[in-house]
Write a protein of this length. Sequence first.
Length: 140
Amino acid sequence: MAVSSGVFSTFFVSQSASFVKSSPVSVKLVSTKLPLRVATITAAASKQATEAETKKREPRGIMKPRRVSPEMQEFLGGVAEIPRTQALKEIWAHIKQQNLQDPADKKVIICDEKLKKIFAGKDRVGFLEIAGLISPHFLK
């Protein structure tokens, strides 16, 4: 079935090949006709596709800015709304800047006074715990 709306132009390729075994030693190439449909997109259709790709969608999930608790606001320098991913980047930047990773085990963070406020007063935190400990600071 061919599309005749003007959006697609079709043509058929009728040259194809299949292998037929004629003897135990030789293999012959036999031509068969199998129509293959190939479509090309016109300029209008490609313009619509590029416009759809350039539209930015609104952030969702962990990328969506959320209000934060006063403790988190204090840590972040007064920012009232921030995406969870950006807050985590700020926390890691603070950890690296202050050299708060345990030298013996880099997966453990030694909390200073600023981090204790947002990590429920813990002295040492595993890096996998950080996401769970900052979760209560993001208000709905």
